[in-house]
Design a protein. Structure first.
Length: 593
């Protein structure tokens, strides 16, 4: 059979597929206008022609990926499809015949398989701290393997959390434990719900994440869209359904439970986690929860927990992240720049973009978390600070496009003086404790808090955000009002001079980058576009160390995970890391029985 082994490949969405064919191109007018429809007859005909088959030899065809190519005048849809032949015996011979064709491959095995099954009784249940995408998928796979995890989430259930979040947006009332950052679903719930990532994923765990989302009520389109997204309103229901599945499998989700301390005991090889001290936010009572396997899926804003872990000697280091502003344009401007005469086609929807500029200084400016047809939202989790983020619904039909316009920073940029640390973190976290020339693990948080506090003052100290027209920003003058682009940030903006909102090197880099971006997207540097500050929660400012077994070298049984620990950047990658860590916990527990 030409040296090929015969492997059956399937998932929850159809029959067995063996052959993957890429680069099938169809002109846009040939496509159906319905968002989730595909021209299956045209795809089958082109696939048969490319493989040297007749139409009737193809038993089934599934669209694996669909994207759009706007590089030429005629906009094309580009497909990757998986095929099943009427005669399976022909498949290996066909693959051998097309061995030199880069567009013909064996369909990879994308099915997730549990690493084991929990015994009927375990000495202790695993504990997952945090119920964002990482914690959710760690808990889900543990529950699916029978380990009945306990989840501790400091915030509220997603619908109560939504009401608290709206209180800030509509009435300027911040709930420090229930907001865009804290609560069921994590920060990704109040975002665009993007489900794509550039991580290496040889086991196709991202497919597992996508399938679980679809089974929980997400649109099936996310399985094949090149840049899939769910949107906030749909995510709320998806999150609730995943929680219900975990509970149905024997897991437990406890809301309003904040971990305040880590309890460890010495062992011949170091230290072992034995429990957590947990504060019930509703009653104010603390209790000790026994735990020998703890997943830390904290998210990137659990600053008090980071400080506690640092105090307890959990190995961590400061890492790079990015700072900047949100930029808003009319969505129609972006659509015309990206789609040309095809702008407005219902199949295309609202256009997105991704921009990068390497400045003469060596700094890099880039667009981040672009939200087509969305809004800029208040995303602080701490009183007296202003943070921006972007959000959009599944329909992406708001009038503005927005994206983070950010500049990379490194630990060398972070404050290290004792006064800055005392102001941002308290005296007992002083920089003087750190070896000379080494960034304190919490120094990125010091920078974030400095910028967020200053933005609060620039915005008028009432949770309004400081905003400036791009034309004024480039000219170095304050804005006295807004123009044709209406800012979408709620609870509102205050015209300001953003030149003091970021360090000088970041301001200079953005002023250099904006005109360059205007050469790529016509009108990107339009004078009436709006900058709103500040964007500081792009990723975690620190990384917790972990070994090949995904445990912290500081304590056996402690599993740093996801975005807060520095191992993910977005919903999909956080979910993938949650699966990996859940599997690692299962392997460890299975060795104990």
């Amino acid at each position: 059979m030409g040296g090929f082994c015969f492997v059956l490949v399937s998932d929850s969405y159809g029959p067995t597929y063996m052959i993957r064919l890429s680069e099938i191109r169809l002109p846009l007018p040939a496509l159906p206008s319905e968002r989730g429809a595909h021209p299956l007859d045209a795809l089958r005909n082109q696939a048969a022609q490319a493989l040297g088959l007749v139409h009737s030899e193809i038993a089934a065809l599934r669209v694996f990926k669909r994207s759009f190519d706007a590089r030429k005048r005629e906009l094309l849809a580009v497909y990757i499809v998986d095929l099943q032949l009427i005669d399976p015996e022909q498949e290996n011979a066909l693959l051998a015949r097309h061995a030199d064709n880069p567009h013909v491959h064996r369909t990879p095995d994308m099915q997730w398989r549990p690493v084991g099954r929990a015994p009927n009784s375990l000495p202790q249940r695993p504990v997952v701290v945090g119920f964002g995408p990482c914690g959710m998928f760690a808990a889900l796979v543990l529950a699916q393997m029978g380990f009945k995890p306990i989840v501790l989430e400091r915030g509220k259930a997603v619908r109560e959390r939504t009401q608290d979040t709206w209180a800030l947006w509509r009435r300027r009332e911040l709930h420090p434990e229930s907001n865009v950052q804290f609560g069921e679903g994590g920060a990704g719930t109040f975002s665009d719900g993007k489900l794509y990532s550039q991580i290496k994923d040889p086991r196709h765990l991202g497919r597992k994440v996508m399938q679980e989302f679809v089974q929980a009520g997400a649109p099936e389109e996310i399985l094949y869209a090149a840049h899939p997204h769910i949107g906030t309103f749909k995510l709320v229901k998806v999150v609730e359904t995943l929680r219900a599945q975990i509970i149905a499998l024997g897991g437990e989700v406890r809301f309003g439970q904040r971990v305040t301390d880590l309890i460890m005991e010495p062992t011949p090889r170091g230290r072992q986690v034995v429990g957590l001290r947990v504060l019930d936010q509703a009653t104010g009572a603390s209790q000790e929860l026994p735990a020998s396997c703890v997943v830390l899926a904290l998210g990137h804003s659990a600053r008090d927990t980071f400080a506690m872990l640092c105090d307890r000697g959990v190995a961590m280091e400061a890492k790079p992240f990015s700072i900047g502003f949100r930029i808003e344009h009319p969505q129609g401007l972006i659509d015309r720049a990206r789609w040309g005469r095809h702008a407005g086609h219902p199949l295309l929807g609202a256009a997105d973009y991704k921009l990068v500029h390497h400045a003469a200084s060596g700094r890099t400016a880039y667009s981040f978390c672009m939200c087509p047809g969305g809004t800029v939202v208040a995303a602080t989790s701490e009183p007296g600070r202003v943070v921006t983020n972007g959000m959009s619904q599944y329909s992406r039909n708001e009038r503005n496009a927005n994206a983070g316009l950010v500049v990379g920073v490194t630990p060398a940029d972070y404050p290290q003086d004792a006064a800055a640390f005392e102001a941002a973190l308290g005296a007992h976290h002083g920089a003087a404790e750190q070896p000379r020339g080494t960034a304190h693990p919490l120094s990125g948080i010091v920078l974030q808090r400095q910028l967020e506090s200053h933005a609060y003052v620039l915005g008028g100290s009432d949770y309004s955000a400081p905003a400036q027209l791009v034309g004024d920003f480039l000219a170095g003058r304050p804005s006295s009002g807004m123009a044709s682009v209406a800012p979408s940030y709620q609870p509102g903006v205050r015209p300001a001079d953003l030149s003091s909102a970021l360090p000088g090197y970041a301001i200079d880099t953005l002023r250099e980058a904006l005109p360059r971006f205007g050469l790529t997207i016509d009108g990107f540097d339009m004078p009436d576009a709006v900058l709103t500050g500040v964007e500081t929660r792009t990723s975690s400012p620190l990384r917790m160390h972990r070994g090949e077994d995904l445990q912290s070298p500081s304590a056996t049984g402690l599993y740093p995970a996801g975005e807060g620990a520095g191992y993910a950047g977005g919903i999909l990658s956080a979910g993938v890391d949650g699966i990996k860590v859940g599997e690692a916990v299962a392997r460890s527990l299975l060795r104990l029985v």
